[in-house]
Design a protein around this ligand. Structure first.
Ligand SMILES: *Cc1c(COP(=O)(O)O)cnc(C)c1O
Length: 496
């Protein structure tokens, strides 16, 4: 059955998957959502016998219904290849009885690679299907990981250009180095004087600037988005939840149909929303455990039913989760409002006006599958140290937030029998200083690359290629701008 995509903010004409991917954001500023969530049409047993690529096809074909089998399989083959340093693409590592789903084996060693290695292929296929002649300009705001993963995905992809905005003082040194050393004539990286929310708001504003869109069209350009507001990012993220269950089943760790919990370190709410969609496709998931850092808007939301961004923005050791406006939550709000675009639009207007909104009791009741909690900086560091001491497994700061929240969940609920998958979203090599300092304060005196070698030793893991590459790479991007000058910067880059 065909899946069409509606905006979360108005009842316009639904669009096909390829059109939603090309546009990124709907014209009314809303996000595209599937008109229904398709059910898995392969049994769990069948899925458990498949490779990652095969599972990805079985999931994505159900959402991207206007892609032919050949188109989709080609995209999948090109995305999930030897760019990943393991054949299984997303390995499951057991530590202390929980299963860490390592989503960081792609070229930029964060989970964003899972979707951004396929998005460029989905995008150019969509452009071809829709007879688009314009060059596609990918505009991206990043809290650190999306930027590099999108740059790596789109670099030198014909018919595309990519512009990445990151908060100049809000990413880790390794994240910044990864971005500013990006090669490719079609890439452009800009540090903004502001935080991630400023970058994201600026990008959304540029997207909804109708005059600019017209001007761009005249010069042969059109915008699209590589942020997780693009449905072409969300759908590929559903696949690894299905694959993790398939792996547990294949390895005899779970019984066919037995439910598992999923813990997700959350920022923009894209990753956990993908898990929610997986559950709605029929994957046996019990609780969706949403883990936040000190920017605990989501924890407060799940507890009180009020989403309130009026608070201090905290810079933490898990920068990819330093977010006060979780964009993808809008897709969940729309759904629990009964797919009511008017209601959702009202709440989003309150969010942009007063910085907060409150959901009804009925809507709150529809969130029963979610459990929210958070870990502060000390708890996050302690969790890295605790897990390393107990079993030698080293996790990054984001994964540590999830792991610490899982410990809180266990304590609160006693639910230790349910098998639990913890999304491990970045390699510890990406946040080496925070990780090593958490393990022992003595490491603070070492340089970034000395720490990399030390981490390799204590974790008994070879240094990933992504880190080796930046040791000596020259800086090729040094543009900075104020948050309110983002549009001018874009125009300069495009020479319009
Ligand atoms: C992006 C990111 C997150 C947050 O994911 P969302 O989909 O934005 O909730 C968590 N951890 C890491 C390492 C990330 O890069």
């Amino acid at each position: 059955m065909e899946v069409l995509y509606n905006s979360t903010r108005s009842k316009g004409t639904p669009v096909k998957a390829s059109e939603a991917i090309l546009k990124g954001l709907s014209d009314d500023g809303g996000l595209f959502v599937p008109d229904h969530i398709p059910a898995l049409d392969k049994s769990l047993k069948e899925l458990s016998e498949m490779t990652y690529q095969q599972v990805a096809y079985e999931v994505m074909k159900l959402f991207l219904t206007d892609f032919t089998e050949e188109e989709l399989k080609t995209c999948i083959e090109r995305a999930y290849d030897s760019k990943f340093d393991t054949d299984v693409i997303a390995p499951l590592v057991e530590a202390e009885g929980a299963y860490y789903l390592e989503l960081f084996h792609g070229s930029t060693i964060a989970f964003k690679d899972m979707a951004l290695s396929i998005l460029p292929h989905l995008m150019i296929t969509s452009a071809r299907k829709n007879h688009i002649k314009n060059e596609i300009v990918i505009l991206t705001a990043t809290s650190g990981d999306t930027g590099k993963a999108a740059l790596a995905g789109f670099a030198n992809v014909e018919g595309t250009r990519i512009i990445v905005f990151y908060p100049k003082n809000g990413v880790s040194p390794i994240q910044e180095k990864q971005m500013v050393t990006q090669k490719g004539d079609n890439t452009f990286v800009v540090g903004i004087h502001g935080n991630f929310d400023d970058a994201q708001t600026g990008v959304k504003k540029i997207f909804s600037d109708k005059e600019l869109a017209k001007e761009m069209d005249g010069k042969g350009f059109q915008f699209s988005s590589a942020n997780s507001i693009n449905i072409g990012r969300l759908v590929p993220q559903i696949c690894y939840y299905v694959y993790s269950y398939a792996t547990l089943l294949r390895e005899g760790k779970i019984a066919d149909g037995e439910k598992m919990n999923v813990v997700v370190p959350t920022g923009n709410f894209g990753n956990i929303l993908a898990a929610f969609y997986a559950k709605n496709m029929g994957l046996p998931i019990a609780k969706l455990i949403c883990a936040s850092n000190d920017n605990k808007v989501l924890y407060d939301f799940f507890r009180t039913g009020t989403y309130d961004r009026n608070r201090e923005f905290m810079l933490t050791s898990s920068p990819s989760m330093d977010i006060l406006i979780s964009s993808n939550l809008e897709r969940l709000i729309y759904r629990i409002a009964g797919n009511d675009a008017d209601k959702n639009r009202e709440l989003m207007a309150a969010l942009s006006g007063q910085g907060k909104y409150e959901i009804s009791a009925d809507m709150k009741a529809a969130l029963a599958d979610f459990y929210g909690n958070y870990a502060n900086e000390a708890e996050t560091a302690d969790e890295i140290k605790r897990l390393y001491r107990s079993c030698g497994y080293v996790i990054d700061t984001h994964t540590a937030v999830a792991s610490a929240v899982y410990q809180k969940y266990l304590k609160e609920t006693g639910d230790s029998n349910t098998k639990t998958v913890i999304a491990s979203t970045a390699s510890p090599f990406k946040f080496t200083r925070s990780v090593m300092n958490a393990i022992d304060a003595k490491y603070d005196a070492m340089s970034d690359f000395e720490l990399v070698d030390e981490l390799s030793k204590i974790a008994n893991v070879t240094v990933p290629q992504a880190i080796e590459e930046i040791r000596t790479a020259p800086v090729v991007h040094d543009t900075q701008c104020d948050a309110d000058k983002m549009k001018d910067t874009v125009k300069e880059f495009l020479h319009i």
